[in-house]
Design a protein around this ligand. Structure first.
Ligand code: ATP
Length: 299
């Protein structure tokens, strides 16, 4: 289990991470979210020991993270640090060797990954000759060649097409099944929503929301009411607690600020005709993110 306890990081006068605490259990996927400059990369760098926290503690299975455990960690950096003059095979041998692996087992794993990602024919090709998406696959393979127990993924899906996103997600889920702890950052809430069990949202290095995704959604008082039928839109808009009324081709979505207003909306809808649907749904993670970040975001 990865434990981050009251971690603060200053760069000179600038507080990049502010009293941050969270934990990632084995076999769980954790999302670290925030707008640009929120402190995600700084947090990752402290976890892998590239940066020293100004204060606070980070441990993996109860032990501080040092060279004795870095062989069990995989890190996909945001900067995409490939050695582009090397061939795919040379690159992976380089990273595998750094993680203390024998060449024979590196090559065996490499062949499995190349096949899985449909890029076997690029094995002897120089990285710089590969497309961006394929370079990202090689970068991913470098991060996981050692079968990490802790996998850190900084924006793993950026620049990938939907088919490759799916391929990466499947691979990440396999690590989860094997019991690895996975922590990843993303600006894309739909990716987080699809496979994160718990998360923290950072604003200026500080957590503004954290916990299990299911619980976060349940606790969020704003709800979206989906209605199908003929109802008076002006009347709905005038109701107390209604933030927005969205008219789509086949349904109306009424966004309310608090679930205590559901009955008022229901009473209004009952006056309508041909009503075939009235359902109350939790907002998307994107709406929660925008609402939480919007409260404090200054751009
Ligand atoms: P992004 O989504 O843009 O990658 P991030 O959430 O990863 O952003 P960080 O890169 O961790 O955010 O930056 C957090 C804060 O620390 C920002 O205010 C940034 O300007 C500052 N910062 C980051 N690296 C350094 C550094 N090496 N020296 C000084 N300040 C830094």
């Amino acid at each position: 289990m990865l434990k981050v306890e009251h971690v603060t990081k200053y760069y000179g006068e600038n507080k990049a991470v502010d009293d941050l605490s969270f934990q990632v259990e084995d076999g769980k996927i954790f999302g670290l979210l925030g707008v640009n400059g929120a402190g995600k990369t700084t947090t990752f760098r402290m976890i892998i020991g590239l940066l020293e926290p100004t204060s606070g503690k980070i441990t993996l299975n109860g032990k501080p993270i040092d060279y004795s455990v870095t062989d069990t960690i995989g890190f996909l950096t945001e900067e995409r640090s490939l050695l582009t003059k090397l061939t795919v095979k040379e690159q992976i041998i380089y990273y595998g060797t750094l993680k203390g692996m024998k060449e024979e087992s590196i090559l065996k794993k490499l062949d499995e990954w190349l096949e899985r990602f449909h890029i076997t024919e690029y094995k002897e090709r120089k990285i710089k000759e590969l497309s961006k998406g394929n370079q990202q696959k090689v970068q991913f393979i470098s991060a996981v060649i050692n079968d990490p127990k802790l996998l850190i993924l900084d924006e793993p899906f950026s620049g990938l097409d939907p088919i490759n996103v799916e391929m990466f997600m499947d691979a990440i889920k396999d690590f989860k099944k094997k019991g690895s702890s996975i922590i990843f950052s993303s600006h894309r809430m739909e990716h987080v929503e699809m496979f994160c069990e718990s998360l923290v949202i950072l604003v200026k290095g500080k957590s503004v929301l954290e916990g299990e995704l299911k619980q976060i959604k349940k606790d969020f008082r704003r709800k979206n009411i989906h209605i199908k039928g003929d109802v008076s839109i002006p009347n709905l808009k005038q109701l107390k607690g209604v933030l927005e009324v969205e008219e789509n081709a086949d349904e109306i979505i009424v966004k309310i600020s608090d679930d205590s207003y559901i009955n008022d909306v229901f009473d209004e809808v009952k006056k309508g005709t041909d009503i075939t649907e009235f359902s109350v749904e939790d907002p998307s993670l994107n709406e929660i993110f925008l609402s939480k970040v919007g409260e404090t975001y200054e751009g």
